[in-house]
Design a protein around this ligand. Structure first.
Ligand SMILES: [Zn+2]
Length: 346
């Protein structure tokens, strides 16, 4: 059995297995799906599969597989933004000189494997120049070369890049499968597994790294506390937050996207509670606060915030968010009605 160590992507691994057996792989693949779903993991395993010398690749056991997993295989190269040579500051883009270096490396025969594999992680970060340079390489790479691009924001890629790659779309794992997997393979308690499965939205990578790294859950906690301080705060707090977000967006749009994702889930939770569907609540550990706030808003107000958040997320996809759009979002937030004294929550 091929040992693909990735869950819920059988629709892709079966196709890839067949392609490898019949020697009919594409020369370039674009792996798409939401952040943390396992795109980079699948890319690395595909690099193993094409170089594996085991019976049923990727075997995970042979020297090739093991060296690739450890990141010390000379024929596998990951391309990500690097620090500036002079200032040491991280670039936010994959630059044209990186693509030029690949153009030269591509002509060389593999050192020890069958394929030279180049993995562009977060290909939406290619600068316009770099993307144009890559187009030529994508057109007709040598037979011993496999180009893999991963992207959460597929729309941000040049259509000409997308059309030169075969598309592999990773899907979230159904909640029950993720709960079972976390319990059986990672020893997570059923209660924690359910929480992680819910808040990860079926993103295996996020859920598994949250098990290994409690910082991710702390980070979520911090974000939800910030959210609550903005929801409960006055206009001044709200506009201050809009300003912080707009500044953050200039530095790192993914973080802002994730933050807005948390906002959408939280307001959606309020709405499902108001619609008497508590089993659909995602932030199950925030249930008491959510129930309290659900009593203090009108359903119409909450529905309007959800609509506005969806529109904001769409603008974020198009990279068109502005301070003004965030101010408008903040103006949409209703003020919570005061709680009668006897209902005060602990
Ligand atoms: Zn192997």
């Amino acid at each position: 059995m091929a040992a693909w160590k990735i869950h819920g992507q059988e629709h892709l691994t079966q196709t890839l297995d067949r392609g490898i057996r019949q020697g009919q792989l594409a020369h370039a693949y674009l792996l798409v799906g939401p952040p943390h779903i396992g795109k980079d993991t699948l890319a690395l395993q595909l690099a193993q599969a094409v170089n594996c010398v085991g019976e049923d690749p990727p075997c995970g056991q042979c020297l090739q597989c093991r060296r690739i997993e450890r990141g010390i295989h000379p024929d596998i190269q990951r391309i990500v933004p690097t620090p500036d040579e002079k200032t040491g500051r991280m670039h936010t883009e994959i630059r044209i000189d990186q693509v030029r270096a690949i153009e030269r490396a591509i002509a060389l025969q593999p050192y020890e494997g069958r394929y030279r594999v180049f993995i562009f992680e977060g290909a939406e970060r290619l600068s316009p120049d770099a993307a144009n340079a890559l187009l030529k390489t994508l057109e007709e790479p040598p037979a011993h070369v496999l180009l893999l691009l991963t992207a959460a924001e597929e729309e941000a890629l040049l259509p000409t890049i997308r059309s030169r790659c075969q598309r592999l779309e990773l899907r979230p794992l159904p909640e029950d499968r993720l709960v079972t997997m976390l319990a059986e393979e990672h020893g997570v308690s059923p209660e924690d597994a359910r929480l992680l499965a819910r808040i990860s939205g079926g993103n295996v990578g996020w859920a598994v790294s949250a098990v290994a790294n409690p910082r991710l859950l702390d980070e979520r906690q911090r974000r939800l506390e910030t959210l609550l301080s903005v929801v409960d705060g006055g206009m001044e707090r709200r506009f201050q937050y809009a300003q912080e977000l707009a500044q953050q967006f200039g530095r790192d749009r993914n973080t802002v996207r994730e933050e807005m994702g948390f906002w959408l889930l939280w307001w959606r939770d309020l709405l499902v509670l108001m619609q008497q569907a508590p089993e659909l609540v995602v932030n199950v550990d925030w249930r008491q606060t959510l129930e309290d706030r659900a009593r203090r808003f009108h359903a119409g107000e909450v529905a309007r915030v959800v609509r506005e958040l969806v529109a904001t997320l769409e603008r974020l996809e198009q990279n068109a968010i502005s301070r003004m759009a965030l101010d408008v979002l903040m103006l949409t937030l209703p003020a919570p009605k005061p709680v009668p004294a006897r209902q005060e929550m602990a």
